[in-house]
Design a protein around this ligand. Structure first.
Ligand SMILES: [Fe+2]
Ligand SMILES: [Fe+2]
Length: 221
């Protein structure tokens, strides 16, 4: 198999993945109870339609058809996301944390796919395709950062509800992403339920870090 064929396979995989997301993102928006998450998924849906168009453009450059592959990995990720959406045992912030987790997996899968495709297109000297895919990669990275930024107050909200989820350390200035400007991503979740009381030594540090200071807007369902 030539390197160009490997690129075509990668791009078909991404094309399938993006089309699956065009269908999945409205469901994720509908299933989230936080307005910010709903907004994020709705806005990323529009970007995702643009990702599909950029891939079509890349196939035109290559003189190939975009169809012919089914991205099974994305099928699995979407299925996991649907399980979170259909989970009747959780609700509110806790459910939204789970939905955000599923969304973050999706964004990182896309980041990995575009990073690989860009590397191959670069070595083939396909500059136009590299430019198209790089634009999309940046949008995926931004989407991943936004999901993380939303997860932080949601975890605090879920924690104050006493369900045992408590974020101890979350530095999410940026998400670990390929391509150079990788910054710290440190997420540590202590699953041990702890009472919120005066003796909570981490509370001042969390307050100083701004954790839990931005109340999330709850959408009416
Ligand atoms: Fe995408
Ligand atoms: Fe995405």
């Amino acid at each position: 198999m030539s390197l160009e064929n490997v690129l075509i396979d990668e791009l078909r995989d991404l094309y399938s993945a993006e089309n699956q997301l065009v269908k999945a993102l409205p469901k994720m928006a509908k299933g989230s109870s936080t307005l910010e998450l709903q907004e994020l998924f709705t806005e990323h849906l529009e970007e995702t339609k643009g990702h599909v168009n950029r891939l079509k453009h890349a196939f035109e450059v290559l003189g190939e058809k975009p169809t012919g592959e089914t991205c099974k990995a994305m099928q699995g990720l979407v299925k996991e996301g649907e399980q979170q959406l259909n989970n009747d045992h959780e609700e509110g912030a806790t459910k939204d944390v789970a939905i955000a987790g599923a969304a973050l997996r999706v964004e990182h899968y896309e980041i990995a796919g575009y990073t690989a495709a860009i590397a191959i297109a670069t070595s083939l000297g396909q500059d136009e395709i590299v430019a198209l895919l790089t634009e999309t990669l940046h949008e995926e990275e931004e989407a991943g950062k936004r999901v993380l930024a939303q997860a932080r107050p949601l975890m605090e909200e879920a924690s104050s509800g006493g369900d045992g989820i408590r974020s101890n350390v979350m530095e999410m200035e940026s998400v670990a992403a390929p391509g150079g400007d990788v910054d710290d991503l440190e997420v540590e979740i202590d699953l041990e339920p702890e009472p919120e009381d005066e003796s909570d030594e981490d509370a001042p540090a969390r307050r100083a870090a701004g954790v839990g200071t931005h109340p999330t807007k709850r959408a009416s369902r």
